[in-house]
Ligand binder design. Structure first.
Ligand code: PLP
Length: 380
């Protein structure tokens, strides 16, 4: 049996998405800026996709900007908001558990003279809203807090945090919640999403910029995307993102319920059948696509490769986390996990394509992998 449980890293593209994309590669390959009818067809495809993505996020059509990935959406939002506000203030605030697409951008901005502040989290990965409230002042130009954490699945209290923003712009990285949860939009100025986490294309993202919010463009040139993101539009990618956004949002509630059931089955099975485990994902306010568990006394990496031999694919943390310093997840460290718990952590990340039958198979193989490691160590 093949079981893919690494959907927070990337998802299998829907066939409908691939078919849509092929049409704009094989036949309707025009440049949306061209004046002839091939151009017009491409322009219409971009317009349609903008509507599909806007509805999936919950914003207006004219508030969506297409980007080359979630990382670019984060970079554009954060750099653009900070630079637009630099005369008014220098303070920029984020959390300790953000994706590197956010944390590295904050580091770059620090070199430009901005003053970053990192909000801590509790053991469930929830941001300290009291600390956030006390940090936001008149010098603050941007607050960036992710909606769902990619390693723990924690759903952050975005509406509460955004209500505190004062004069600052508020950005949320909604890459992991897009298509799975309703994205909070109240008081939120900027929202990043990505295609490949919702069975859409890799190398496609979008940034919602609320009407009246002015940020500096990040990529300049020919003035596409209303001057906010130059470069000839990736029509096929955009159409694919639109199709994926429409499919996932039409099935969102159904998919949520299914993932939650499968996740609970896996979590209960692990707790019942395997000793010395620690569930790291929070018990409430979690996204059902992520379950993070530590198998104490083991090494997650070895368990991962053992499971791989049975065609089961999981992750030890974020596939795209840099973790340069010690190799240990900055998210799990910030949540206060012990080194033993971090070293033995596995992230199971689900999509609506996973089934209970798959979890039965995973539980058998997982129990054996953990048991073998504990008996024999990693040198088998
Ligand atoms: N933000 C979060 C929370 C993510 O999980 C990811 C991808 O792992 C990204 C941003 C980056 O998205 P992309 O891979 O489309 O650049």
């Amino acid at each position: 049996m093949f079981v893919y449980l690494d959907n927070s890293s990337t998802t299998k593209q829907y066939d409908e998405v691939t078919d849509t994309m092929l049409k704009y590669m094989r036949e309707d390959f025009g440049n949306p800026s061209s004046l002839h009818k091939l151009g017009l067809t491409a322009e219409k495809a971009v317009k349609k996709a903008r509507g599909q993505v806007a509805r999936a996020i919950g914003v207006g059509d004219d508030e969506v900007l297409f980007t080359s990935c979630g990382t670019e959406a984060d970079n554009t939002a954060i750099t653009g908001a900070a630079r637009a506000g630099k005369r008014r203030g220098k303070k920029i605030i984020t959390s300790e558990i953000e994706h590197p697409a956010v944390l590295e951008t904050f580091k770059e901005l620090e070199e430009e003279g901005f003053k970053p502040v990192y909000i801590g989290v509790d053991k469930g990965g929830f941001i300290d809203t009291e600390q956030l409230k006390s940090e936001i002042d008149d010098d603050t130009v941007l607050v960036s807090i992710m909606h769902v954490n990619n390693e723990l699945g924690t759903v952050e209290p975005i509406e509460d945090a955004a209500a505190m923003k004062g004069k600052a712009l508020f950005h949320t990285d909604a890459v992991q919640s897009f298509g799975k949860l309703k994205i909070p939009t109240k008081n939120v100025d900027l929202i990043s999403v990505s295609g490949h986490k919702i069975h859409g294309p890799k190398g496609m993202g979008a940034l919602a910029i609320k009407k009246g919010v002015n940020i500096k463009p990040f990529i300049v040139g020919g003035g596409q995307e209303r001057n906010m993101r130059s470069g000839t539009e990736n029509t096929a990618g955009i159409a694919g993102l639109g199709a994926a956004a429409e499919i996932t949002s039409a099935n969102r509630d159904k998919n949520y319920a299914h993932m939650d059931e499968v996740r609970k089955y896996l979590m209960d099975g692990i707790a019942d059948e395997i000793k010395d485990v620690q569930i790291n994902s929070p018990q409430e306010h979690y996204c059902p696509s992520v379950l993070n568990v530590s198998f104490l006394g083991t090494r997650g990496e070895v368990i991962l490769h053992t499971l791989e031999q049975s065609d089961i694919y999981v992750s030890t943390g974020s596939a795209c986390s840099s973790n340069k310093s010690s190799g240990r997840s900055h998210v799990l460290k910030a949540a206060g996990l012990s080194d033993e718990a971090i070293d033995g952590a596995i992230r199971f990340s689900l999509s609506e394509l996973n089934t209970i039958e798959e979890m039965d198979y995973v539980l058998v193989r997982l129990k054996k992998a953990v048991g073998d490691f504990r008996r024999l160590g990693s040198f088998r």
